[in-house]
Design a protein around this ligand. Sequence first.
Ligand code: B4P
Length: 188
Amino acid sequence: MRIVLLGAPGSGKGTQGEKLVARFGIPKVSTGDALRAAVNEGTALGKRAKVAMDAGELVANEIVIGIVDERLQQPDARKGFILDGFPRNTAQAETLDGMLQRMGSGGITHALHLHVNDEEIVSRLLERAKIEGRADDKEDVIRNRIAVYNAETAPLIAYYKAQGVAHTVDGMGSLEEIFERLAAVLTA
Ligand code: B4P
């Protein structure tokens, strides 16, 4: 399985991605986690990424594409993978298709779209802000991240529909309920 998780910020991509790793035994690649690690390490790449992340904007395509390209070359990704937070725009999706073609693996098998309403997103992320204190979990930045999602990332649902691999799943409810909905799609 070569899975892409789509959804607004706070829709549960990272949370459900972890559970999918445990159930299906394939690695997860999170561009958000990789970028936060680079920011914490203070690398040149991290410094560039931080400006965009703190504003709730997308980080430059060449940075995230480099991260994913390197990770998908690792042997454990040959048996499949879960991409969490990538692609986030059409250019990234087209680059990913090209990468998979070059690697001789098939294309994306499932694009799982977690659907959650905006008010729930804001409330989840404000809750996370209290626990983790992430710089981009402030209300004005969250609203901008939602706007960027709607403009740049939401069109990917149609992109993957055209490939016949898109599935929208209700992302509201308990973690277990949502996980079972995703697992049902993957085992259908
Ligand atoms: P990400 O790290 O991908 O941030 P996210 O969208 O907020 O995460 P996610 O959706 O995984 O959070 P989750 O729901 O699991 O990106 C951060 C930034 O990095 C972006 O804004 C951008 O700047 C940059 N970036 C990343 N990838 C990029 C790319 N490809 N191109 C360009 N830039 C990129 O968790 C949210 C909270 O909700 C948690 O606290 C969780 O506990 C809670 N939650 C989850 N499910 C719940 C449920 N069912 N009920 C209640 N709470 C729930």
